[in-house]
Write a protein that binds this ligand. Structure first.
Ligand code: TYD
Length: 339
């Protein structure tokens, strides 16, 4: 960390990894709008869910820089950290925060954690998920609840959380971990439940509900999540974990009926299909720590969030149609052969 007086007025630079996906792209847009003197480097490998069309509106913003690459590419990450990479652009990212936000962090988080003292970021924000706690029938998870992930994806996120915590304990890497509940909002890849339901309804296709539809998820609007990440970055304490949730639990069936009602589409579109293997029954988070300690609270009600999200998909048909029928068709066929 460089505390010399010549650097403290330099613009704040965030290195966001996996920023071309759903939450990452919303976060980048949010930060650019909210902080007129912050700049962002988006390092993304552009695998299936990373899509530069998600950031079409900010691509020419002089405070936004896209780099296609892998966070496991040590040389590249070091060059981004040291500022070498951007020397030609007179960008000086030496007051950097690092926000890993990627699907599979087990080995990669380790790759991202700097091994030299001079390349230490001010903050290393690990964007995690409520899935690390596993499922519960009753009560809500707090930050001290044991990690009990049930899927390989959730296990990889839990492993990444533990690695981050270990780097804080061993090397004092200033890690902050956030764990958020299910997000809804613009730019969510249409394999996820809400965009899948909205776009299927728009195409007059049936909406598959796993099992009996009684599984429960706790929903938050993506912009509220992004605001919470900003609070964590600015006010969070290194070494701390913050749950993020809006206290809006819904069964999948409740959710889909509400969605169809808003869209004026018939309930007959709902089709019950074989349950997903290892389908967690209920996720529920207690987010009182971030509310009481950092002063964050959600601003969107579930109804507002759902209506805004539906309207976005109605207005951005070209975006999701391309994904559903174009370059990702093969992926869809493989993932959802029944449709
Ligand atoms: P999803 O959006 O995949 O998120 P997650 O599994 O991370 O919670 O699913 C949300 C809920 O909706 C989950 O309980 C699974 C259920 N679901 C269906 O019933 N049908 C579907 O086609 C999908 C994609 C999900």
């Amino acid at each position: 960390m460089n505390n010399s007086p010549t650097t403290h007025h330099l613009p704040h630079t965030l290195l966001v990894t996996g920023g071309a996906g759903f939450i990452g792209s919303n976060f980048i847009r949010y930060i650019l709008n909210e902080h007129s003197d912050w700049q962002i480097i988006n390092l993304d490998k552009l695998t299936y869910a990373g899509n530069l069309e998600n950031l079409e509106d900010v691509k020419d913003n002089p405070r936004y820089h896209f780099v296609k690459g892998d966070i496991a590419d040590r040389k590249l990450v070091d060059a981004l950290f040291s500022g070498e990479y951007f020397a030609a652009n007179s960008l000086t990212p030496n007051t950097q925060d690092l926000i890993p936000n990627t699907q599979d962090l087990t080995p990669n988080t380790q790759d991202l954690t700097p091994n030299t003292q001079d390349l230490t970021p001010n903050t290393f924000l690990q964007v995690s998920t409520d899935e690390v706690y596993g499922s519960t029938e009753k009560g809500k998870f707090i930050e001290q609840s044991p990690l009990s992930p049930n899927s390989p994806y959730a296990a990889s996120k839990a492993a990444a959380d533990l690695l981050c915590h270990a780097y804080w304990k061993t090397y004092q890497l200033p890690v902050i971990i956030t764990r958020c509940s299910n997000n809804l909002g613009p730019f969510q890849f249409p394999e996820k439940f809400i965009p899948l339901a909205v776009t299927n309804a728009l195409e007059n296709k049936s909406i598959p509900i796993y099992g009996d539809g009684s599984n429960v998820r706790d929903w938050i609007y993506v912009a509220d999540h992004c605001r919470a990440l900003d609070f964590a970055l600015q006010k969070g304490e290194p070494g701390e974990i913050y749950n993020i949730a809006a206290n809006q639990e819904k069964t999948n069936l409740e959710l889909v009926y509400k969605l169809l009602n808003i869209m004026h589409e018939p309930q007959s579109l709902v089709t019950f299909v074989t349950d997903r293997p290892g389908h967690d029954r209920r996720y529920a988070l207690d987010a009182s720590k971030i509310t009481t300690q950092l002063g964050w609270k959600p601003t969107y009600s579930f109804e507002e969030a759902l209506t805004t999200t539906i309207n976005w998909y109605v207005d951005h048909e070209h975006w999701w149609r391309k994904i559903k029928s174009g370059e990702y068709a093969e992926y869809y066929q493989r993932m959802y052969p029944q449709r």
